[in-house]
Design a binder for this molecule. Structure first.
Ligand SMILES: [Fe+2]
Length: 404
């Protein structure tokens, strides 16, 4: 795939909804370079450094981050911009601390059985494409579908009553979910999925959380709310997940065609973005700014459900970030219709259609993806999180955020 970073910059520059009569903030190149080099060192050597050295590196990174945000703060024009900087800094620190824990994990080798040729090929695909596709045996699909049926009535009733938020259309805890998880772990073990994912992360992973999710055409949250365009981009809802430590799977429990919300992914797009570490970090969290109930930006942005860029005030703040740091991990909504960026992405999208039991295992943080954009019918699917035992408790607790 062609390099995307310049296409992304051009798309924002030429997009009428992202054009504001204010300059972007400056950041000294040196400040950016030092942060990025230090971050790469933590990523590369986190698992071999002593606890003391890791703590020192973390302190350095936090200080460097403070320096970057102080620069932005000094250039902010009003209290809202100052608040944007403050919240963005807070979210970056949260993510940085999480990522450093992940980089410090003890990488293991030789614990995965890849003697089976298919498991070996799947592991290679996972490594190369950050995803691969498979299918569960029919008998397992019937068992899973039977279990999920117990929740389907309530989910359908919610949809019929116009309750269309994710929490209304999914279930992620309780005995039914627990039973589905047991079946799925057994099937994924037998198919070598757990081995392929474990080989990818360097940790012994298993399914540690999941949601049974119903998608219906009345749920239109994914449609573009940026006004003044002739048409929406053909990349709506394409995004990277925030957390880098939780590979995922989506398992269809109903047949899925082009019309009822197939999961799509863009292998190679993340790599082609050539994000520097700070840009990537900012992009993963920028959409969360203004979400807290007590944030003065909540009313100021008045974001619609699941989107940030439908808010003009948010877009103006976003465009204040220097071009070298301007990234939104939920970029599918931002893409300028008719741009080269759009056509590149459209050409690379792989859509997963197929009968119930079809699944994808993928690294949602490093594979641009989307799904559940319903035209008609319904889709019943499992949204699945893998993690190693150390991270499992947290994965379940943070299921809502991770599954977004
Ligand atoms: Fe996602």
């Amino acid at each position: 795939m062609q390099v995307l970073n310049t296409l992304m910059e051009t798309s924002y520059r030429e997009h009428p909804a992202f054009s504001f009569d204010v300059p972007s903030w400056d950041i000294p190149t040196e400040k950016l370079a030092v942060f990025n080099e230090t971050y790469v060192a933590a990523r590369q050597f986190g698992s071999v450094l002593s606890t003391v050295s890791r703590a020192a590196l973390q302190q350095d990174l936090l200080q460097l981050l403070d320096g970057v945000f102080a620069t932005f703060q000094a250039q902010s024009a009003d209290e809202y911009e100052a608040r944007f900087v403050l919240e963005l800094r807070r979210e970056c620190i949260r993510l940085l601390e999480q990522e450093l824990v992940w980089y410090a994990r003890q990488l293991r080798t030789g614990f995965v059985d890849l003697t089976d040729e298919r498991a070996q090929q799947d592991a290679v695909r996972m490594q190369r494409d950050r995803c691969y596709f498979g299918r569960l045996p029919q008998v397992a699909v019937a068992e899973l579908r039977n279990l999920a049926e117990r929740k389907l009535g309530q989910l359908r009733a919610n949809a019929a009553a116009g309750r269309l938020k994710r929490e209304d259309l999914s279930v992620n805890s309780g005995s039914t979910v627990r039973a589905i998880m047991t079946v799925l772990n057994r099937e994924f073990k037998a198919l070598g999925v757990l081995d392929a994912v474990s080989a990818y992360t360097g940790c012994k992973t298993r399914v540690s959380g999941l949601a049974v999710e119903l998608s219906v055409p009345q749920a239109v949250w994914w449609k573009n709310a940026i006004g003044g365009l002739e048409r929406s981009p053909r990349t709506l809802y394409a995004h990277l997940d925030e957390a880098i430590s939780y590979p995922k799977s989506i398992v269809y429990l109903s047949d899925v065609t082009d019309q009822n919300g197939p999961t799509g992914c863009y292998p190679g797009a993340y790599e082609a973005m050539q994000l520097n570490p700070l840009k990537e970090m900012l992009g993963r969290v920028v959409g969360t700014v203004g979400y807290c109930a007590d944030s003065p930006l909540k009313d100021y942005y008045a974001k619609q459900y699941h989107q940030s860029v439908n808010s003009e005030n948010f877009r103006r703040h976003f465009m204040r970030l220097p071009e070298c740091l301007r990234f939104n991990s939920h970029m599918g909504w931002d893409v300028l219709p008719g741009s080269k960026l759009e056509s590149q992405l459209v050409a690379s999208e792989r859509k997963m259609t197929g009968p119930a039991g079809t699944f994808i295992a993928f690294d949602g943080a490093c594979l641009l993806h989307r799904g559940g954009l319903m035209q008609e019918g319904e889709r019943l699917a499992l949204q699945v999180i893998f993690s190693d035992l150390t991270f499992a408790g947290r994965a379940v607790g943070k299921l809502k955020r991770i599954l977004s």
